[in-house]
Write a protein that binds this ligand. Sequence first.
Ligand code: ADP
Ligand code: ZN
Ligand code: ZN
Length: 729
Amino acid sequence: MKLLRVALPVPVYREFDYLSPDAGAESLGRCVRVRLGPRRLLGVVVATPGESAVPRETLLAIEGYADDVPRVPPDVLTLARFAADYYQYPLGLTLAHAVPPRGRQSALSRVEQPSAYRLTEAGIAGIRGLPAGARRQIELAAALQGRPSVPRAELLAGAPSARALLGRWLGCGWIESVPAAADTKRDGTVILPELNTGQRAAVQAIVAAAGTFQPFLLHGVTASGKTEVYLSAAAAVIADGQQVLMLVPEINLTPQLADRIRRALPFARIVQLHSNLPDTQRLVAWREAAEGTAQFVLGTRLAVFAPLPRLGLIVVDEEHDLSYKQQDGLRYVARDLAVYRARLRNAPVVLGSATPALETLWQARGGRYRLLSLHDRAIAGAPPSIRLVPQRDKQTMGGIAAALRAAIEARLARGEQSLLFINRRGYAPSLLCVACAWAAHCQRCSARLVVHLEEKCLRCHHCGYEEPIARACPMCGNQDLLPLGFGTQRLEAVLKELFPTARIARIDADSTRRKGSWIALLGAILGRELDILVGTQMMVKGHDFPGLTLVGVLGADNALYSADFRATERLFAQLTQVAGRAGRADLPGEVIIQTDFPAHPLYQSLLRHDYHAHAEAVLAERRQLELPPYSRLALLRAEASRRTAIERFLAAAHIQGQVFAAGFAGVRIFPAVAARMARRAGFERAHILVQSATMKPLQGFLGTWRAWLTDHAPRNVRWGIDVDPQELD
Ligand code: ADP
Ligand code: ZN
Ligand code: ZN
């Protein structure tokens, strides 16, 4: 019996040894079924050690290999190990990201094998002898004849009954299966516009880096043609027989992108990987990626763990986007793991953005990433003009300034579309008593309830708690309760009053929750069935609306008050992105921002479309405060139902942390503070911030501290370490 070291999906920081009759290098990454105490689990073989720390006679044998689950390839195994160490998370739970969803694995065997077939010599001879009456066989033969390979799906689409025939022909050696990729013609037509000088230089640099680890930062304003650069580089990589992985923040919101990729690379097999896909589809995509038949994998952050045997290029679009950070469990940043994976595979990785994360820009300045800049818009037309107007003046009606109202009016007259964008951070409408200043609070969170006029209820946006809108103030009985602040629903109501004939739609998480409703809205926008759109963050992600020529922004100033040091960086990114939505086609676009602080450097940089000036100012501030990218941060997050429980836990963690920190140069640990939202869903929340000049000592510290915390945390406290936290709350 040989030894297998297995990572199991349980919350412990160790692996488990099992015995197996066969074990060798080829066992690495394979899934095994094992027993752990009373439980039966599926684990991943991560090593084949010569010896175990546990006496042999106490070791159990594996129950068997689970070969219906695709094996975790070596580079993903290494990636998972790195992620587990870096983000201080158990390896077994980390590896859960690298296998298709648990509990559904049995579905895999029922899933169609994506592959292709071709006739063998024997088959070519054999079909000549088919009797004229064998219609189904002759049809199948005709479909296969004279072609280097035919995808299985195509054969089955023609005649579902072909399934049995294919099995028989495989059995008697008339056909053989080949990877579907062989289907690709090397001279496959690529439908791309002629690139401009900047784009050509970028594509050349990326393609020239094939086969080497080279991160690129592709910086270019919206519509500068970054996507065309990705697609051209992808076409070259695919023509070379390799696979491309492209990560995007959210696929659901950008169905246009998948269509565009399909049109640009009509010869390539493109699959999507994101968590909203039906299981079977996701499994098929996973398997096609694993078999190398999928040449282009378009996915959200989880796709960074996809098996890709012939990976030749990684693209991370909108690399600054917050959704690349997973906010619970394994708190990874997919962009950063993408760079690490590219390094493992000796592949170029392209991080693209109009407003790169300052961390990324800093890497480029340090020469570790190569900066590729697209300076101009790829299409005719000036960039949108940006105007700042006062948030409050005598003519403001329902929160909308006179200048913005006039601009909307003009669009309505010309039959063009307007988008009103609310920066919702801390800006949702709550219910306030004008007599005693009582405000409706969630009973389980330290948050105000948000007024939902349509559903006539108050809802907590953190825990989902709901109650009806109160008729009178519970404190003083006053009946004059005022919705304070401004939400999309209220704005929609105001707009309906101001522009009674306009066709208005609200686009936010509430209005698009139902499946397909976003697609329907998208169709209505593109079909010009709507005049005014009211939206939040989700509106600004990568859409191209030809009829949209005006963007109004409300509540932008909120970010300037925020306690989060990243708030201004995000506001700039958001406003840049939202401005990019205006006037992409032949019509010039206009952006109107309501603000009380027109002289603020952030707005001034924005007016000049000057990302670098903005970045310079923020970097100077970060350097002075020793904040990222000039330092590295980690948070110990804790929550418990009783405040005293986390206070005691974090106090002990802090004292012990100080002792450990003394052994790691430059590591500083701060006292515990309550989270900005000190209560959520009935749990008290607090955290400890750790800061370090560089990552290495921080990692050393965190490993030691985490081991201590694992042993000393009481059961009634939930805790976790967040490395490179993106939101300090
Ligand atoms: P980005 O990804 O930077 O926002 P896109 O690649 O989407 O920019 O390009 C914006 C628009 O310009 C798209 O409609 C695209 O087809 C078009 N475009 C990009 N590059 C060129 C080019 N070289 N010639 C003509 N049109 C182009
Ligand atoms: Zn009151
Ligand atoms: Zn709540």
